[in-house]
Design a protein around this ligand. Structure first.
Ligand SMILES: [Zn+2]
Length: 138
């Protein structure tokens, strides 16, 4: 299932560092897919993607695709942020529990309430993608 892609003007304020390993994540996100790694031994996913399992320390992991859907666990509004994000102030940052049991931190784009369904979207900036969450009406 691919995520909605929102064309976004400008450059990412703080571009994420990409490694040979995480390139698969960023390439997927560019195409609208939210991927992470899942352990081949204990079958538990983790995020961000890692070349080993943080649960059982196995180094046998495979890439899986996540739905990008979950529930908003926590959210806060940032009014005084780092200078690099001053153009976005105020903005919301939240914690989302994804359907697959992964808890992630992400920007939140709209006014949604705790324990309400949210979906991840791709913000397609001129220099690459980022992800964020917004309300999901099922
Ligand atoms: Zn494992």
């Amino acid at each position: 299932m691919s995520l909605p892609i929102i064309q976004t003007e400008g450059l990412r304020a703080y571009p994420p560092r990409m490694s040979d390993f995480t390139k698969s994540f960023w390439d997927g996100l560019t195409s609208g897919y939210f991927r992470t790694t899942c352990c081949d031994d204990c079958n538990r996913p983790s995020f961000p993607p890692k070349p080993f399992c943080p649960h059982c320390w196995s180094n046998k992991v495979s890439w899986i695709e996540l739905t990008g859907r979950g529930m908003l666990y926590s959210v806060t509004t940032v009014h005084a942020g780092p200078a690099v994000f001053s153009g976005d102030l105020p903005y919301k940052v939240g914690i989302v529990d994804l359907e697959e049991g992964i808890r992630i931190a992400t920007k939140v784009l709209d006014d949604t309430a705790l324990d309400k369904p949210v979906e991840l979207v791709v913000l397609s900036y001129e220099d690459g993608p980022l992800f964020a969450a917004r309300s999901h009406l099922s």
